[in-house]
Design a protein around this ligand. Structure first.
Ligand code: ATP
Length: 347
């Protein structure tokens, strides 16, 4: 029976994960979970961020991790968030950041005249390399002659595995198009590697249209004609940016779910939004991203029909305006959870 590790975390993480777990329990009663007391409270209490033993257990004893959000103004460095999130990402080698961009209701889309069928693609963001490895340094810091260097790391293995994952997912899900995005015209070493690897991997998937767009063109096209995309694969930095653009297209971070994956080894699912200290404890956070993340988790456990049921229930809530105030509704976090459960009964 599937067993999952749950980290509600900080701020609204606790509130939205509570609703995600209610939904999960309703649609998958055989799934069991263990909640981990990790986050700012724990760090402030006893200095613990991420015990190595917990990481080992996540890898060996659990089918997936379900995480709320980490970040707290009382921990200005957010060292706990770094240790937990980056710790999991690197120690479990979660090299795929998987971000579906799916419009569920045209009213939540900032683009005019776009229907759900126009915005339905996924982004494969490389999650362990690129510009986010911290390689670099500062020289003559705080002087007029200061030099700061941030280096981008691209390895053939790292590029190949994310590109291959994107094509494999496209094939498995009957999608016709994979678009790779880089800036090879300006970044001629690392992104040339992306170009060569992309062409080589694409040759193994002749039935899939392999296309390339520079990232500046990609961002324009995502806004002008998002219907042209099925799968986008890109590096860590560009993925960070285009996935937030994608979240905006689908209705904001209150609706954006994500998976951090290393197929066959580990998987961590979380809403894209952070701990939102400004609204924490008020009961007004939108739990739908957390609910959709729970759906993705179940899809990952081999239950795509259940994931679909959850999406349909969320879609019904949006259609009926049973949403929190940032989406124009009046419901509390808990009431939106009730509405999803109610809709599940009818879908
Ligand atoms: P970080 O991302 O660094 O943890 P954060 O929590 O402030 O920081 P976001 O999660 O990006 O950043 O949120 C930005 C703002 O969007 C929040 O301050 C909040 O006002 C709003 N917001 C985020 N998530 C939700 C949500 N689930 N429901 C309603 N509003 C939200």
């Amino acid at each position: 029976m599937p067993h999952i590790a749950v980290v509600p975390g900080d701020g609204i993480g606790n509130e939205v994960i509570a609703e995600g777990l209610r939904v999960l329990g309703a649609v998958a009663p055989d799934v069991t979970w263990e909640t981990f007391d990790l986050g700012a409270e724990r760090y402030l209490r006893d200095g613990t961020t991420m015990p190595p033993e917990v990481m080992r257990r996540w890898r060996e004893d659990f089918d997936a991790v379900y995480l709320g959000a980490l970040g707290d103004p009382r921990v200005p460095s957010n060292v706990h968030a770094r240790d937990i999130l980056l710790g999991a990402r690197f120690q479990l080698d979660l090299y795929i950041n998987f971000r579906p961009v799916r419009l569920l209701d045209s009213r939540t889309c900032p683009l005019k005249d776009k229907a759900p069928e126009d915005i339905d693609f996924v982004v494969f963001r490389e999650n362990t390399e690129g510009l986010y490895t911290g390689i670099g340094g500062q020289f003559k810091r705080d002087t007029d002659d200061e030099v700061a260097i941030e280096q981008e790391m691209n390895t053939r293995k790292g590029v190949e595995r994310i590109v291959r994952a994107a094509f494999a997912w496209a094939r498995q899900h009957g999608k016709r198009r994979v678009c790779m995005s880089d800036k090879a015209n300006a970044m001629r070493h690392g992104h040339d590697l992306w170009q060569r690897v992309f062409k080589a991997v694409a040759a193994d998937y002749p039935e899939i249209e392999a296309r390339h767009l520079y990232v500046d063109v990609l961002t324009m096209q995502m806004v002008l004609a998002p219907e042209q995309f099925d799968v986008i694969v890109t590096n860590n930095l560009f993925g960070d940016i285009v996935t937030d653009l994608g979240a905006a297209l689908q209705g904001g971070i209150g609706l954006a779910a994500s998976g951090n994956l290393n197929p066959g080894v580990a998987a961590l699912f979380e809403p894209v939004h952070g701990s939102a200290p400004d609204i924490a404890g008020k009961g007004i956070a939108n739990p739908l991203a957390a609910v959709l993340s729970a759906g993705m988790l179940l899809g990952h456990l081999g239950r795509p029909q259940v994931e679909r049921r959850i999406q349909d229930a969320v879609q019904a809530c949006l259609r009926d305006g049973r949403v929190t105030r940032e989406l124009g509704g009046t419901l509390t976090t808990r009431e939106v959870g009730d509405a999803v459960l109610d809709s599940l009964g009818g879908v």
